[in-house]
Design a protein around this ligand. Structure first.
Ligand SMILES: O=C[C@H](O)[C@H](O)[C@H](O)COP(=O)(O)O
Length: 218
């Protein structure tokens, strides 16, 4: 099966299990960002009546949801969310993730923190034994880019500025290459202490609750 078909299958499985038949009844849904989530948004269309509204992690997803007639709320107005569905760039056996390939990591981490259940939808290529083959995205305040990069080098990483990319929050992204992340919770905590870092694309302290790979739930 192609990668796109696996993404579509994971997205449709999430809609089937958690929106069509699940415990999610007419509430507000958190929706992430990326190509897998685009399949999820499209698969939501027949069930829009089961959704009161959505909170989204990017302008792109908000536009796509609105085009389907789904209201998009500000998180401050929505409060706590029952369910959050999003993709990932890498996922280990403990459901810890690397996210931010599409530069949406900060809003994604906020929506994940506000949600009771985080369902992650991926294709099999995203599953890894040890996180870090995919370069770790880190959102930084623009004026602190070099400062943060030097701190990361001191920690053994190789940061590369994603030149030309500005996040929805007006910040920049450093992608950290060649980091075999054997202790994700500890690394996330260490990076969170560096002044100038807004968000680290490691979702280890708050991993996914459920991961759907194709039509398998793990
Ligand atoms: O910033 C983007 C997000 O973290 C995405 O969820 C992640 O990059 C996966 O994207 P895709 O579903 O396109 O592979």
């Amino acid at each position: 099966m192609s990668q796109d078909n696996e993404k579509r299958l994971a997205a449709e499985t999430a809609v089937h299990r958690y929106v069509e038949n699940g415990t999610f009844k007419g509430g507000i849904i958190g929706v992430g960002t990326g190509s897998t989530v685009n399949f999820f948004i499209d698969a939501l269309a027949p069930f829009r009546d089961k959704i009161k509204a959505a909170v989204s992690s990017s302008e792109a997803s908000s536009d796509r949801l609105r085009k389907l007639g789904i209201d998009v709320l500000d998180l401050n107005a929505a409060g706590r969310l029952d369910l959050y569905v999003d993709g990932a760039d890498e996922c280990d056996a403990q459901k810890r993730l690397i996210k931010g390939g599409g530069a949406a990591l900060t809003r994604e981490k906020i929506v994940a923190a506000a949600s009771d259940k985080f369902v992650c939808i991926i294709d099999a290529s995203k599953q890894v034994d040890v996180l870090g083959t995919f370069p770790l995205p880190i959102e930084v305040i623009p004026m602190a880019r070099s400062l943060v990069a030097r701190e990361i080098v001191a920690l053994g990483g190789q940061p590369v500025w994603r030149d030309g990319v500005v996040t929805d929050n007006g910040n920049w992204i450093l992608d950290v290459h060649n980091w075999r992340i054997t202790q994700p919770v500890e690394l996330e905590a260490t990076l969170n202490q560096i002044v100038g870092i807004v968000t680290v694309g490691l979702f280890a302290k708050r991993p996914a609750d459920v991961v759907i790979v194709g039509n398998r739930e793990i």
